[in-house]
Design a protein around this ligand. Structure first.
Ligand SMILES: Nc1ncnc2c1ncn2[C@@H]1O[C@H](COP(=O)(O)OP(=O)(O)OP(=O)(O)O)[C@@H](O)[C@H]1O
Length: 356
């Protein structure tokens, strides 16, 4: 379909579904213009309808469904106004709907070990058309209900990160991250039957405190040489919520404060946090930790309730969430990626060893 054909198709879809008291392209009330990175809805003003967030959302829902799977519209939190270069005041503004071509597509890796060997340095491929540069990642948070595919995605990340970063793994459930680490000869901090929960969290605090010392040392080096490049160091914590529940207040407070310091100071010194939890409310991690993370992943059931901690401003209405295991939403916040939430399908991979 060429540009004019899409414009015609979109106009038709909007004429039929918008129901704005008979206002349509036939009454010359608006027109649609297709661009490379999205389309414009240009109202002719004064208009007999309100040009507000509600109208923007309605157009989003109609257009996103009509364009699927040729284009995926990128959901905005409110109406996205753009000025139009013209002297005609009646059409000097438009609502912009950014898109990318196609839909989010799952990456399927037939041999993970071979894939890692060929993987480009510092690149974490997440979907066929989505890749993250680890140099630009501060922290990754992964939320999702039980059975949604968090551990599966974490195993993929561990495998990829192991080739580019030193890893410190904390596994309160003594589950799949521990099994993965055993096959890679990487130490794991996990609970043991003859020690108390508080003792276990203290052990975690010791590890976090050593990471903080490394951050301070690295800061001193950076002070002398601002371009110094450090090796990545990543603290991976599975099921964070399980760590902060049922331990004495002092130990819990130290845990929270250490996490916060690492999240805030780790950015420049290449010390990262990868955190997994069923949810990221203030009981799981301090708000600052959530705010510092720049890769946000919500897997499993998506509703305004489940996304309230990672995407508090997002209304998920109208976003096409793929169905199947390991699907949900992702947002990557850095200069390379648009500041938007995308439908996510986590990679499916096969290994010779069998981790699960
Ligand atoms: N991207 C994927 N491709 C194929 N299978 C997947 C994918 N993601 C998840 N699965 C399957 O879904 C099942 C549940 O996933 P997983 O155990 O990771 O869930 P979870 O969120 O960690 O659950 P829990 O919190 O109970 O541990 C796994 O058996 C896994 O094989």
């Amino acid at each position: 379909m060429n540009k004019t054909e899409i414009e015609k198709y979109l106009s038709q879809a909007l004429n039929m579904a918008l129901s704005m008291n008979g206002e349509s392209t036939y009454t010359n009330s608006f027109f649609v213009e297709v661009q490379e990175d999205g389309f414009l809805f240009v109202p002719r003003t004064p208009a007999g309808y309100l040009i507000d967030d509600e109208l923007y959302l309605k157009i989003f829902i109609i257009a996103n469904a009509s364009l699927y799977p040729r284009y995926t519209l990128l959901k905005q939190n409110s109406a996205y106004f753009v000025p139009i270069k013209t002297e005609d005041i009646h059409v000097q503004r438009a609502l912009f709907f950014p898109w990318f071509k196609g839909i989010s597509e799952r990456l399927v890796i037939s041999n993970l070990t071979e894939y890692i060997l060929k993987n480009k340095a510092n690149q974490i491929k997440i979907m066929k058309n989505l890749c993250v540069d680890y140099n630009k990642v501060t922290g990754i948070v992964i939320a999702g209900n039980s059975g949604s595919g968090k551990s599966y995605f974490l195993t993929y990340l561990l495998e990829v990160l192991n080739s580019m970063s030193e890893l410190i793994i904390v596994d309160p459930k003594f589950d799949s991250p521990s099994r993965w680490a055993r096959t890679h000869n990487i130490p794991v901090i996990h609970p043991v039957s003859n020690r108390s929960k508080s003792d276990f969290v203290s052990q975690v605090n010791d590890a976090l405190s050593s990471v903080l010392s490394i951050i301070y040392e690295r800061q001193t080096i950076l002070y002398e040489n601002p371009t110094h490049e450090f090796k990545h160091l990543t603290v991976v914590i599975d099921e964070v919520l399980a760590l902060s529940e049922g331990v004495n207040k002092q130990i819990k407070d130290s845990f929270m404060s250490l996490l916060s310091s690492i999240a805030l100071l780790g950015r420049a010194t290449r010390c990262h946090l990868v955190l997994v939890s069923q949810r990221f409310d203030f009981n799981a991690v301090p708000v600052s930790v959530r705010e510092q993370a720049n890769v946000l992943v919500q897997i499993g059931n998506i509703s305004s309730k489940t996304i309230q901690f990672l995407f508090p401003d997002l209304n998920p209405e109208g976003i096409v969430i793929p169905i199947g295991k390991g699907t949900g939403l992702i947002q990557i916040i850095n200069s390379e990626h648009p500041y938007q939430v995308l439908p996510l399908l986590t990679p499916t991979f096969y290994t010779e060893r069998g981790i699960f």
